[in-house]
Design a protein around this ligand. Sequence first.
Ligand code: ADP
Ligand code: ZN
Length: 527
Amino acid sequence: APQGTRDPVATARDILKRVYGYSAFRGNQEDIITHVIQGGDALVLMPTGGGKSLCFQIPALARPGVAIVVSPLIALMRDQVDTLRQAGVRAAYLNSTLDWREALDVERACERGDLDLLYVAPERLVTPRFLELLERSRLSLFALDEAHCVSQWGHDFRPEYLQLSVLHERFPTVPRIALTATADAQTQADIVERLALGEARQFVSSFDRPNITYRVAPKDNERRQLLDFIRRHHAEDAGIVYCLSRARVEALADWLKEQGLDALPYHAGLDPAVRQANQDRFIKGEGVVVVATIAFGMGIDKPNVRFVVHMDAPKSLEAYYQETGRAGRDGLAANALMLYGLQDVVMLRQMMDASDSSAQHKRTERRKLDALLGFCETAHCRRQVLLTYFGEEHPGNCGNCDTCFEPVETWDGTVAAQKALSAVYRTGQKFGVGHLIDVLRGGATEKVVRFGHEQLKTFGCGADISKSDWQTVFRQLVALGHLTADPEGHGGLMLTDQAASVLKGQETVRLRRDRAVLSGDGRRGGG
Ligand code: ADP
Ligand code: ZN
């Protein structure tokens, strides 16, 4: 029963203890909760696992009437409602999984005032029938979960979320709390604008996840690298391995099974029953490894995921942060590993160049991709780079990322870069890395001879640098924006405008020395 709003702090603490059995609030939960109990609007930015649910559930219990919780995660509604009911809370949900009779019962309970919380999918919320139900009910607040779904810049855009502004128009006195774990400034601005939250107080939590160890390693032999990583650090643990394509998911899951791991595939092309079964086994099982496309994970609530591996680079740091954020929600140590190679960089650049979005959208995508590549290639603390991207200050030297464990060596790669760029130029800006390296190292392959490339001035000028070192040079030149993939997608590399200043000697290029690839063979390639 509602206890009024006379002492919101005491009320909030009392509910925290009585209903949830917790003794203290985390982070800024208490500020948020007391603000909403008193009828204020709020925009809450809090990382995954930070404890967003309590921020609307406790005000829902403290204020008279029913709280309407909008969530796109139909699969999770039932679990959340079950958990609340077990704690004695009068909660229900309305979505397409209920038959009409069950739905009618819920609607009746809502208008009678027999509910504290009602979870509803966004597409149902904006129907005339539901809005009329709301008119007949006493409302305590609206909670708009996963609020970033309103933004087209994000990766989870849901058109129905745009219509949620109707709530403010129809029910201007009912407080609203919007919540998201997506922190970038553009998404934030979108939420404020599209949900008319200009007057809402913003609560921004630190996005640091100190228990997650970040590692990015150049791809060498990706399957071996993955298996070694799992065997060495996570023999009995549950984890998620992300791949970009369904085919890669299937092949890798099969291979891991052959190696004796309890691995399961997950992607949108699987039969829904199989997908659900695999997800259930992951959530309930002990050491299950899910190999998945990014279709897996939104709303997966498994606190003891011990590791997340990216076998392909994600397309932005937001995506990376969200996906790695599924590890270690219980606060215990967890690992995030990204394997990343030239092909990833070329493909991401290509996908972006090929997309037919507007110029403005493309600029945004390019900025995001550059940030991701900058993170991959940085010689500084990864956590610092990540948090800085989200607008948060961090002193660096976190002591819990690969570059902090073992400082990255950098070298002056200017001359090597000039050689690589001129090889691209002299071969006509249409060849892929393999051929370019043959030219640089003086390999008179059939293809080299066919094109007369053994006649070029650059032929053999880079024989002192190994093939794998050249790979890392090219990868970094693409990442740094000096080279780009040809727009037709044949895998050829072309110079960008930026390359000119390197070729003219007006710009020095510092490159990182990849450990895994360059180990043990000295300082070649110094130029
Ligand atoms: P989010 O929605 O932000 O990802 P949740 O609301 O699911 O996070 O909370 C993550 C976990 O932390 C849940 O198991 C929740 O019960 C727990 N939790 C939240 N707040 C507290 C608290 N004040 N004290 C202890 N545990 C908490
Ligand atoms: Zn660090």
